[in-house]
Design a protein around this ligand. Structure first.
Ligand code: C5P
Length: 227
């Protein structure tokens, strides 16, 4: 178990990171939040005005890629997994609605994906890792030991994201959050580069009616079945 590669893909805001974090803590393996990496690049682009009103300066971003350093700092006891961009903890900022609204076009760029996929492969190649994202089982680690495809009804996902943002002191409208969730799903599954799709050998977890503990138990059952 300590050398496995576990891939969790699925729609926006369906709790992939919650279950991935729980699993990492329980199995004492690493957790790589690949969505956070696309979000960090998006935050960088917004700050440098490389994306303005949704228009991306692709050449500018391409030549800045070497200046973007992304790292994770995990605290297993606290259950936190923070994303650092060029030496700054950006964990809270990468979750705001401005980043969420701009991340899908940034993640559709082939040169961005190429760079981040290489980094993810490097971080995970030794195994003992759970990764969540959109293309882990299809592109990043097609030979992953266990592939899970997660989904839930859009309204349920939007409600969870809405509650989460409220709890963090942000003040979005529910409609805004639902619109973002639906638009990202559409963009992520229809883009040319590595669209979101279920790997043929993935097991589907619809968690609309499941608590985090029930989801964790379900995954542990899958691992047991694998032997
Ligand atoms: O997982 P999260 O919702 O934080 O991901 C943010 C966005 O990053 C997704 O909507 C998607 O556009 C992009 N993404 C991706 N490939 C991944 C992970 C995330 O394209 N492996």
């Amino acid at each position: 178990i300590h050398s496995l590669i576990i891939a969790i893909d699925g729609h926006s805001s369906c709790g992939k990171s919650t279950v991935a974090k729980d699993l990492a803590r329980l199995l004492k393996i690493a957790y790589i939040d690949t969505g956070a990496m696309y979000r960090a690049v998006t935050l960088y682009a917004l700050r440098k005005n490389l994306i303005v009103n949704g228009k991306i300066d692709e050449d500018g971003l391409k030549s800045s890629l070497d200046d973007i350093d992304i790292r994770f700092r995990t605290n297993l006891n606290k259950g936190t997994n923070d994303t650092w961009l060029n030496g700054e903890n950006v964990e809270a900022e990468i979750r705001n609605l401005e980043v969420s609204n701009n991340v899908s076009p940034i993640s559709a760029l082939g040169f961005v994906r190429k760079r981040l996929v290489e980094l993810q492969q490097l971080m995970g190649e030794k195994g003992g890792v759970v990764l969540d994202g959109r293309d882990i089982g299809t592109v990043v680690f097609p030979n992953a030991d266990l592939k899970i495809f997660m989904t839930a009804a859009p309204e349920i996902r939007a409600q969870r994201r809405f509650d989460e943002m409220k709890a963090k002191g942000q003040n979005p409208s529910f409609e805004e959050v639902l619109k973002n969730v639906e638009e990202r799903d559409l963009m992520d599954s229809t883009r040319k580069e590595s669209p979101l799709r279920q790997a043929e050998d993935a097991v589907v977890l619809d968690n609309s009616q499941l608590s985090p503990q029930e989801q964790l138990d379900w995954i542990l059952d899958q691992l047991t079945e694998m032997g």
